[in-house]
Design a binder for this molecule. Structure first.
Ligand code: CA
Length: 220
């Protein structure tokens, strides 16, 4: 899941990035409105966390441009405590939710999950294929009812595959969604995680289509 953090405050930006990485997301972080607009044109993000008070170009303007292009990426607006009018304007301009600074990272993570769930159009937060179940909110995977311990990346990778059962996902797409920009990705990083997942779940769960990518069968 690729998330764009737009935040000019170093401490908040770094904390949000760390928090999201810990949850298995691939965050990119930019610190002004012009860079944000550029990033949003270049990359198909799953979610944007947008501070409104930004140098070079305000967050509301960035948001308005995004919606003018009919880009429906979920946007979580972050505002200062007293800026009630900003919150209202943010929601009017097409934000999906907002958080007031200072906020708790657990709350941020919960809002992010809720927005991603809504974006996926799933009323049920649980992803289920056969007896394999992934609960994004609880960060939990169960196979035939028994919990399976996964790393944050393994969890993120499994989630991507389970969102589209039967559809192969290419290495480029997986790398793109698992890692942000400027991250050195080892050439075999995806294989390493796939290997670990197959070992933990059973190899029948993840099929490799040579030269195409990996998929989870709709039924096993
Ligand atoms: Ca700011």
């Amino acid at each position: 899941m690729r998330v764009l953090i737009v935040e000019d405050d170093e401490m908040i930006g770094a904390a949000v990035r760390r928090g999201l990485e810990g949850e298995g997301y691939a965050p990119d972080w930019v610190q002004d409105g012009v860079s944000a607009a550029r990033a949003l044109r270049d990359v198909a993000y799953d979610l944007v966390i947008l501070d409104l008070g930004l140098p070079r170009r305000g967050g509301l303007e960035v948001l308005a441009e995004l919606r003018r292009r009919r880009d429906a990426v979920p946007v979580l607006v972050v505002t200062a405590r007293d800026a009630v009018s900003d919150r209202v304007r943010g929601l009017d301009a097409g934000a999906d939710d907002y958080l007031v600074k200072p906020f708790d990272l657990d709350e941020l993570a919960a809002r992010v999950r809720a927005l991603l769930r809504r974006k996926g159009g799933r009323a049920e937060p649980l992803l289920e294929i056969g007896d394999l179940a992934l609960d994004p909110a609880a960060h939990e995977v169960r196979l035939a009812g028994a919990p399976v311990a996964l790393s944050a990346r393994e969890f993120a990778l499994l989630r991507i595959l389970m969102e589209h059962p039967g559809r192969p996902v290419s290495r480029a797409e997986l790398e793109d969604r698992l890692y942000g920009w400027g991250r050195e990705v080892e050439s075999n990083a995806v294989e390493v995680h796939i290997h670990a997942l197959r070992r933990k779940l059973g190899s029948q769960w993840i099929r490799n289509l040579r030269g195409v990518g990996w998929l989870i069968p709709e039924r096993t």
